[in-house]
Design a protein around this ligand. Structure first.
Ligand SMILES: Nc1ncnc2c1ncn2[C@@H]1O[C@H](COP(=O)(O)OP(=O)(O)OP(=O)(O)O)[C@@H](O)[C@H]1O
Ligand SMILES: [Mg+2]
Ligand SMILES: [Zn+2]
Length: 507
């Protein structure tokens, strides 16, 4: 007998419907699967075979042919185990007919347990859009499906549950939103109120967040660079629904959804170590999974100890920083994942860490300091608008018992500045000051005569490059927006010039 069961395929962010067809007929016992990539076929066969036998069902001693259609679509992963099993049981008449508005996804263990898989959210969205009204999938993936409407999700732990439901012996309840309360709704554990003093550094973070500017911090060990960086997501504007969905899809595909979280509502903070592999960073595997650059999408990518990152790694970041996407080419296919993030870097000023420290002596030679700084990728640094020095925290500030300003209050000002930008870029693909095109920079960053004079003198005394000039204009625009000023005034420019400390000092 012939049967056809629905499932879903995925490659990168692209999803498509898959038909799993099974034919069980007389003849010498044989089990063939066609339409799957060769290496996964034998494993799928073994799992399906054992799962059926270990659950008191009969593995037909007949000729079994399973076909996964359409042939030209990539079928990677292990999530076809469950639909293959259901198709075989149906073709051998062990279960009643399954309506064609029902789909199945799931990997099997040999004992029939259904294992969690990756990419379930985009697959369920695809199913719902194609008229599927019921879907059976691993219990471990249930949380990420609750925001998809128009489809009943049956979250299952083993094949017995699926079969009992289809047979009508024990019906399952579909997953409800209430079963997965989102505890982490826009709540950040780390808050700027814990950072004592460091007013200038915090102000720079606020400016960076307000305009979407990349930022680099230079400071001695223990000055609080990591502490500051971790708190940036808490002052960025709240994620929009679209941003949440984009980010959640990436986490679903990467298999990185936190337990029982159905939607990512807090901006990601990713901090890859400098020993990260190129694949870990950009994404990889024969079927490329998203890497750190995509897991940071709509959030912050933090590169701590920037000079330790090899050139090969920092060069990989240039394209996503410019375009907001990363393309991964493989023999099988090219996959692209969104990767638009705010870049935050930190470094010590020299190998020993104390160059320029007010009380501790730097033990490095001048050439050692220069060599250390030269390790930072020029092209990467070129894409950073704001440089700051983080001094050691002042004892008098730590001593204070009172809390510093809360992230929520800083965020209010950031939001107000972003609203001005939303209006400014209403008809442009640009979404914040940091991303202005050269033409937009000219159009929106007109200076008063006094401000113009100030930039000129800074330019001459610091011998800045043309690139630095545009950065100063863009950052001045953000500072003026925070000030709710239409015109860029001398005080705005003066602050923006202060954020070019690396041009002045070392480069
Ligand atoms: N301004 C501050 N207010 C309160 N605590 C602080 C402050 N600065 C630093 N600390 C404390 O010092 C610890 C070390 O800070 P952090 O790890 O952020 O320093 P760092 O600059 O990243 O150092 P390294 O260069 O060694 O990575 C923090 O975990 C925090 O407990
Ligand atoms: Mg640190
Ligand atoms: Zn030193």
């Amino acid at each position: 007998m012939f049967s056809r069961i629905k499932s879903i395929g995925i490659l990168g962010l692209e999803t498509y419907m898959i038909d799993v067809e099974a034919d069980v007929s007389r003849g010498l016992p044989k089990f063939d699967i066609v339409g799957l990539p060769t290496p996964s076929i034998s494993e799928a066969k073994d799992r399906v075979h054992s799962a059926i036998k270990n659950n008191k069902m009969i593995f037909p001693i007949s000729r079994i042919t399973v076909n996964l259609a359409p042939a030209d679509k990539k079928k990677n992963g292990t999530f076809y185990d469950l639909p293959i099993l259901i198709a075989i049981l149906r073709s051998s008449n062990q279960i009643p007919e399954v309506s064609d508005d029902t789909a199945f996804i799931g990997e099997l263990s040999l004992d029939g347990t259904i294992r969690k898989v990756s990419g379930v959210l985009p697959m369920v969205i695809e199913a719902a859009a194609n008229g599927i009204r019921k879907i059976f999938l691993p219990k471990g993936n249930a949380a990420e499906t609750v925001y998809v409407s128009g489809i009943d999700v049956f979250a299952v732990e083993n094949i017995a549950e699926v079969i009992n439901h289809i047979n009508g012996t024990k019906k399952l309840e579909s997953v409800k939103k209430e079963d997965y309360p989102d505890l982490r709704e826009d709540v950040y554990v780390e808050d700027f109120s814990e950072v004592m003093g460091q007013y200038e550094a915090k102000r720079a973070m606020e400016v960076a967040a307000a305009g979407g500017h990349n930022i680099i911090m230079v400071g001695s060990p223990g000055s609080g660079k990591t502490m500051l960086a971790k708190r940036i997501p808490s002052i960025l504007p709240q994620m929009t629904e679209t941003e949440s969905l984009e980010t959640t899809k990436i986490y679903s595909i990467a298999g990185e959804m936190p337990e029982n979280v159905s939607m990512i509502k807090t901006r990601p903070f990713r901090s890859p170590h400098h020993t990260v592999s190129p694949a870990g960073l950009s994404g990889g595997g024969s079927i490329p999974k998203p890497g750190e650059l995509s897991l940071a999408h709509n959030g912050v990518l933090f590169l701590d100890e920037l000079p330790e990152f090899p050139r090969s790694i920092t060069e990989t970041m240039r394209q996503p920083i410019e375009d907001g996407v990363i393309r991964i080419a493989r023999v099988q296919a090219t996959v692209s994942y969104p990767s638009s993030f705010m870049l935050v870097c930190a470094m010590n000023p020299c190998p020993c860490g104390f160059y320029g420290h007010p009380t501790k002596e730097c033990t490095c030679s001048r050439s050692a300091v220069e060599k250390y700084l030269a390790r930072v990728s020029g092209p990467l640094l070129d894409r950073v608008d704001i440089h700051i020095e983080v001094p050691p925290v002042d004892y008098n500030d730590i001593k204070k018992k009172s809390e510093a300003e809360k992230s929520a209050d800083i965020r209010k000002r950031v939001n107000a500045a972003r609203e001005i930008q939303n209006r400014r870029f209403e008809n442009s693909p640009t979404n914040c000051n940091a991303k202005m095109t050269p033409a937009e920079t000219r159009q929106y960053c007109s200076l008063t005569d006094d401000a113009e004079k100030l930039v000129r003198s800074a330019f001459e005394s610091m011998s800045l490059s043309a690139r630095a000039y545009d950065k100063i204009l863009r950052v001045s625009r953000t500072i003026a927006d925070l000030d709710n000023e239409e015109k860029i005034l001398p005080r705005h420019v003066a602050e923006a010039v202060r954020y070019r400390s690396l041009d002045r000092k070392y480069w």
